[in-house]
Each structure stands twice: as C-alpha cells, then as structure tokens.
Design a protein around this ligand. Structure first.
Ligand code: NDP
Length: 297
C-alpha cells in the first residue's frame, strides 16, 4: 500500500510518519518540493501533479494553515490551504478510488452551552480559521471520495509550538501568568491522534462503510487555566526551576485576540470509540508523558 503524507513536519504529521510506517510505503512531504514532488497546499498545479504521479492508495493530509489569529488578516491564504486545497485533494482521491484522511477542528463550532459537541451538531465557526476548516470538511464530504475526517482539539506534542510548551517557557520568564478559565476542552496528543489514525484506517480499509466524520479527543475536560496549572505543577514536581509565582484565572473577554474562540470546545467521541472499538485515554496521561519527555525526566 502506498500512502502520501502531507504536512510531515507538523505536530501530527511528525507522529504520523511513525504510526503509518507499519501500514505501507509512506511518501512524506513538507510544504516544499522534494524529488520533483510538491507538498505545498498553496500550489494547486504542483499538488495535483504530485498526486497523479504518486497514485497513492491513501492520502493523509496533516498539513494546514493553523495560525488562528493570523488567519483573520490572511483569510485568503487560510482558505486556500484549509479549504481549496482539500477540494483538490479530495477530487484527486475520488478519481483514484483512494482514501483521504484529514483533520479538522473544534473551532468549527461556536462554543455555546456545555454539552460536548456531536458530529451531527450544526457547525457555526466564530473565526476565519474555523470557516476555512469547515470549508475543507465540506469539500471532502461533497467529493464522493472515501474519507476519514477527525475533528480534534487543543493539540500538543513534545516537538511543537503549543499551549503546554508555551506555558513552560512563560513560567521560566514571568512571575505572574493570567490564563483563560472559561474556555473548556481536552488537550489531545499528536501521538494519540496519529495512533488512532493508523488503527482506524486499518479497519476502514477493510470496511469502507466506516468512511465518515469523527470527533477525536482525549477523555476528560479542563480549562486553559486548569491545563496551565497541571503543566506548571508537573514541572515544579520534577524540580524544574521556574520563575512563576502566581497563575490568575481570567475570562476570555479580558484577553482580547484578533480571532474569537469558542468557550465550549468539548467533543463527544462516542462515534469514534464505538465504530472502531477504540479507547481514548484521559488527557492527563498523555500530557504527563509529553512533559516528561520535554523535561527529560
Ligand atoms: P501544525 O501547525 O503543527 O502543522 C501544520 C503543518 O502544515 C506544518 O508542518 C506547516 O508547515 C504545514 N503547512 C502550513 N502551510 C502549508 C502549505 N501551504 N502547504 C503544506 N504544508 C503547510 O499543526 P498540527 O499538527 O497541530 O495540526 C494538525 C491538524 O489538526 C490540522 O489540520 C489542524 O487544523 C488540526 N487541529 C489542530 C489543533 C491544534 O491545536 N494545533 C486543534 C484542532 C485541530 P510550516 O510549519 O512549515 O508552516
């Protein structure tokens, strides 16, 4: 089996290089050109030619425009990478009779209420990143290709720029941190996402009726404030020398950003767990492993 992996150096893409390897030959691209193959989602001509040249059985798209605030001012580029490129990839996937694996976001929802969002709930993004991610999902679903779309949330990895690694850096630099306490979700490891991808893809290849949209997040929930407390508490318990003395909980409205963000990012993962008989561990276990790796403990 031939797998074309796009976005190989992102948090999820990096872990997918590992988890997909036992499934077949993985041709992994970043956003540049290598060996005449183009992995740039903003280059439709190069991307289409690459897919036609490789003729993969599975395309795994871990590439995305993920700068949520910058997407407000670069909406055209965000839409090109997260929306239009998905349409192109999905068309080519359908023509090949292949599978398309893709990732989307809790930010397709408006964050109302406190009930975890199900796949059947109406999406209504608050920011342009969410709009562009929703456009990507819709293009894939409309294309008629076989697909697995995983909506995930609050992704972290030891190798990556994410909330947890930012908190460790800030805790070494500042005495006081003000962290949002009214946005709630589940930190989800790129390693877990990559493992679930490989396990569910293996099942879907044998059972095409599993093609669909799934919510994929670690179990449990926490606010950014609670997440920061956990990260910093773990580092302190490991004997890490930190400058931080106080962590203050603040409201979203007290921390204005270019992009609005949903308060309720909880994702209901029943469909994924039931369809593939998979278990999703609690968020703390994955975060602890990642912190132990980052802190070399
Ligand atoms: P990262 O930002 O870590 O990785 C995205 C990758 O895409 C980077 O390697 C980036 O390269 C690459 N990329 C950006 N623009 C292009 C382009 N034009 N062509 C090709 N590659 C490009 O994201 P994650 O691994 O965290 O996210 C994986 C998926 O999960 C994405 O679909 C994202 O939308 C989704 N998701 C992520 C969340 C998060 O908290 N991070 C939350 C919910 C969903 P470079 O670094 O060189 O720009």
């Amino acid at each position: 089996m031939k797998i074309l992996l796009l976005g190989k150096n992102g948090q999820v893409g990096w872990e997918l290089q590992r988890s997909l390897a036992p499934l077949g030959q993985v041709i992994a691209l970043d956003c540049g050109t290598a060996f005449g193959l183009c992995g740039d989602l903003a280059d439709p001509v190069g991307l289409r030619a690459t897919i036609r040249e490789v003729k993969p059985d599975v395309i795994v798209n871990a590439a995305a425009y993920t700068a949520v605030d910058r997407a407000e001012s670069e909406s055209e580029l965000a839409s090109k990478v997260n929306g239009l490129a998905c349409q192109l990839i999905a068309e080519e996937t359908a023509n090949l009779g292949a599978w398309l694996i893709h990732y989307s976001s809790d930010y397709v929802f408006d964050g109302r209420g406190s009930v975890p969002w199900s796949e059947s709930d109406a999406a209504s993004p608050l920011n342009h990143y969410g709009v562009s991610k929703l456009a990507g999902e819709q293009a894939i679903i409309a294309s008629g290709c076989k697909y697995l779309i995983y909506r995930t949330s609050w992704v972290y990895a030891a190798r990556g720029d994410n909330f947890a690694t930012n908190m460790l850096r800030l805790a070494r630099e500042r005495e006081v941190l003000n962290i949002i306490n009214d946005q709630v979700g589940a930190p989800t490891g790129a390693d877990l996402i990559a493992d679930i991808t490989a396990l569910s893809l293996q099942q879907a290849l044998k059972r095409p009726e599993l093609s669909g949209l799934y919510h994929l997040a670690a179990a449990g929930e926490v606010s950014w404030y609670g997440y920061a407390q956990y990260v910093i508490g773990f580092a302190q318990a490991c004997g890490e020398q930190l400058v931080v003395k106080t962590i203050n909980p603040i409201k979203t409205c007290d921390y204005p950003t270019p992009a609005r963000r949903p308060l309720n990012s909880r994702l209901n993962t029943h469909k994924l767990r039931d369809s593939f008989s998979l278990h999703l561990p609690d968020w703390q276990s994955g975060v602890s492993r990642m912190l132990a790796e980052v802190l070399d403990k």
